[in-house]
Design a protein around this ligand. Structure first.
Ligand code: 13P
Ligand code: SF4
Length: 326
């Protein structure tokens, strides 16, 4: 089957009801679909589990089915494959990358580590398996603060690759982690002036901000947190209107969980679009998911030796998170 384009390049019978076919194939093949909150709503609706990066890694370790379809970006599929080397891990479009992961090539990160001996290496989960293999502990935006705080206060730390998350953790923990200078092209784009305008229009709205955003945006926040933390906040808050500064896919689950509340996507700086989409996350479509299930392609592969190195810091993250009840 041709997957040169990153996804199965085969025609689809236009008369098929793709949603029904996906559910049928999923059952037939005993496959489990995991989807990140940034996926298109119709993909999230097909999933057995939806979650943030931490939840998807935690769920992957508990799956017994032989096939996992990770609807998200490549590093998420890779993390699932590292955690479940004996399973077939599929991703609807293999070219769904991540600008943040790309901002940290392993050889350059290794040079930074070698130039600064004696540091504990913490990497955000948005990294390649090669960067994880150089890392002591992986974190996500759900547990970065607690994992950093679990280390002795005088521990010297290198944190990569997200400078915005790193700066945020430094500011709330008082640590002075040495930061890799990387960023996510989506979260860097939110416009302070457009959020301020929205606040004028909706003065009672709370501003929900992902910590991958720039400091000037974080400063406007009523709540800073991972996608799951922002969702939980919206569910539990007495407030009924929210301006949401993270990738717009999360609004699907927010609206499903809180049908009576209003969610307004925070706009990016440039362009006329009212919301901010990750072009990588949105490469996955219902059609590609259907073909991925049908042909069991494209499959995420991680070389054994690399996988054995990359699993250690991921497991460490999962162990610490479990201990901390995260
Ligand atoms: P979380 O899922 O940890 O909130 O991270 C967001 C993200 O950018 C994933 O790519
Ligand atoms: Fe990567 Fe940013 Fe897209 Fe998340 S939103 S997958 S960090 S590019």
């Amino acid at each position: 089957m041709n997957v040169d384009k990153g996804y199965v390049d085969a025609p689809i019978d236009k008369s098929l009801n793709l949603k029904e076919e996906i559910l049928k194939l999923k059952k037939e093949k005993n496959a489990v679909i995991l989807a990140h909150y940034y996926q298109n709503g119709e993909i999230q609706d097909m999933a057995d589990y939806i979650g943030d990066s931490l939840a998807l890694a935690q769920i992957a370790t508990k799956i017994e089915a032989p096939i996992i379809i990770l609807c998200g970006v490549h590093f998420m599929g890779e993390t699932a494959k590292v955690l479940c080397p004996d399973k077939k891990v599929l991703i609807p479009d293999m070219s769904a990358g991540c600008s943040l992961a790309d901002s940290c090539p392993a050889d350059e990160f290794e040079k930074l580590i070698n130039d600064h001996p004696g540091h504990t290496i913490i990497s955000y989960v948005n990294t390649s398996a090669s960067v994880k293999a150089l890392t002591d502990i992986v974190v996500t935006s759900s547990n970065a603060r607690q994992i950093v705080e679990s280390l002795p206060a005088d521990k010297k730390i290198i944190f990569g690759p997200d400078r915005n998350l790193g700066n945020y953790i430094n500011s709330i923990t008082g640590r002075q982690m040495l930061l890799w200078d990387g960023a996510c092209h989506v979260h860097e784009q939110f416009s302070v002036s457009k959020i301020v305008e929205l606040k004028k229009e909706y003065p009672d709205a709370q501003v929900l901000v992902h910590p991958e955003c720039k400091k000037v945006v974080v400063m406007l926040a009523d709540k800073v947190g991972s996608t799951a933390a922002l969702l939980n906040h919206a569910v539990n808050s007495e407030c009924d209107t929210f301006i949401v500064a993270t990738e717009s896919g999360i609004l699907h689950e927010m609206r499903k969980k809180c049908p009576d509340k209003t969610f307004i996507p925070a706009p990016p700086e440039t362009g006329s679009c009212a919301c901010n989409d990750c072009n990588y996350m949105k490469l996955n479509t219902l059609e590609k998911l259907y073909k991925c299930l049908k042909y069991e392609q494209p499959e995420v592969m991680v070389e054994k030796e690399l996988s054995q190195k990359a699993i250690k810091p991921i497991k460490r993250m999962l162990e610490i998170s479990e201990k901390l009840g995260l």
